[in-house]
Design a protein around this ligand. Structure first.
Ligand SMILES: [Zn+2]
Length: 340
């Protein structure tokens, strides 16, 4: 379980995020144990058609050629339950290698298909809080960004090595530092130093991982080098450098604070009351992610009190709906206080 920082931990210091593209199984096999060991949050940007097996053979062969086996649905769900962010990376991953067309060459209709199929599938698989989208091939355009706005909270854009100011110039254009198979630890450490000294946000973007040491092929990175980077980050005090996933980092630098459950639905089944929180995109927030309210009724007023388990904070107003086993509404109240 990775312990994601809270808003109160952010004091304007430098931030670093790890962002893995495509969804290689080695992200799970080799990356997760290292992230767990150093308690470093991460974001995994998944090509959904590789996971559900619908990506056409040619493209699949290309993908497998560089990163081995694709990650499974069960592994994605496990990573999400461990506290890692899951984000979208289109459904079919339009890139020049395949069809001569990047996402930027697609019609609006085709782009929307990619957006809604990707986040729709991830939600269907039970992943909460799908807020991010990483553009394949770093081919960002203003049109792609505009089309993403109703579906995502942010877009990770170019691997152009920029660090991001607070607040970001545009949440739908968040650049990153592309780490390829030959990128040295020294160069990455220097970039981390830049984030610390300038008090900016560095997103380190990678693809697959390998146990091979030294320089490796472009879309892999050596875990030996990655661990050296993790050790470097661990050597920095948290007041200087905060390791955080992308969705939380964006909340912090846009002053949104900790994640808030906007809407609460209570369902009554027999004598068991089940509470589910929903985020702004109507994603259900499961109890394992820090939403675990108790409730009490005093003079007709319902108050929910959350158990604070340290993994998330729930604070604000919600709508409470109590239904019976036959899905009939037996109680409904707006603006219920939720206190952490
Ligand atoms: Zn990609």
């Amino acid at each position: 379980m990775v312990l994601n920082p809270k808003f109160e931990d952010f004091i304007g210091q430098g931030m670093v995020s790890f962002s893995y593209d495509d969804g290689a199984m080695n992200n799970y096999d080799l990356g997760i144990p290292l992230h767990e060991e150093y308690n470093l949050p991460a974001t995994f940007n998944i090509i959904t058609s590789i996971v559900d097996g619908t990506l056409e053979q040619g493209a699949k062969a290309f993908a497998l050629d560089y990163f081995g086996m694709p990650i499974t649905r069960a592994q994605i769900i496990e990573m999400s339950n461990l506290g890692y962010e899951i984000a979208a990376h289109t459904h079919t991953h339009p890139i020049q290698h395949r069809q001569g067309r990047f996402l930027s060459d697609y019609t609006a209709e085709e782009v929307l298909y990619e957006y809604t199929t990707a986040n729709g599938l991830l939600r269907k698989w039970g992943i909460p809080r799908i807020e991010g989208f990483a553009v394949p091939g770093s081919k960002w355009t203003p049109t792609i960004a505009d089309l993403a706005k109703p579906h995502y909270r942010y877009v990770r854009s170019l691997g152009n090595r920029s660090v991001i100011p607070y607040p970001p110039t545009d949440p739908y254009n968040l650049p990153s530092f592309f780490v390829g198979g030959t990128t040295s630890v020294k160069v990455i450490k220097a970039k981390i130093d830049e984030a610390i000294s300038q008090k900016k946000w560095l997103i380190i973007m990678m693809h697959g991982l390998t146990k091979q040491t030294g320089n490796v092929q472009e879309y892999l990175y050596s875990t030996e080098r990655l661990e050296q980077i993790f050790q470097y980050i661990a050597s920095k005090p948290e007041e200087q450098l905060l390791a955080v996933n992308q969705q939380d980092a964006l909340r912090f630098i846009t002053n949104l604070g900790d994640f808030v459950v906007d809407k609460i639905s209570l369902s009554l089944s027999g004598k068991t009351l089940k509470a589910t929180g929903f985020d702004e995109y109507n994603n259900p927030v499961p109890t394992t992610r820090g939403f675990n309210p108790k409730w009490s009724v005093v003079n007709g007023d319902v108050t929910l009190t959350t158990n604070s388990d340290g993994s998330a904070s729930v604070l604000g107003k919600g709508t409470i709906r109590v239904k019976d086993a036959n899905n009939r509404k037996i109680y409904s109240k707006r603006n219920v206080n939720v206190v952490s």
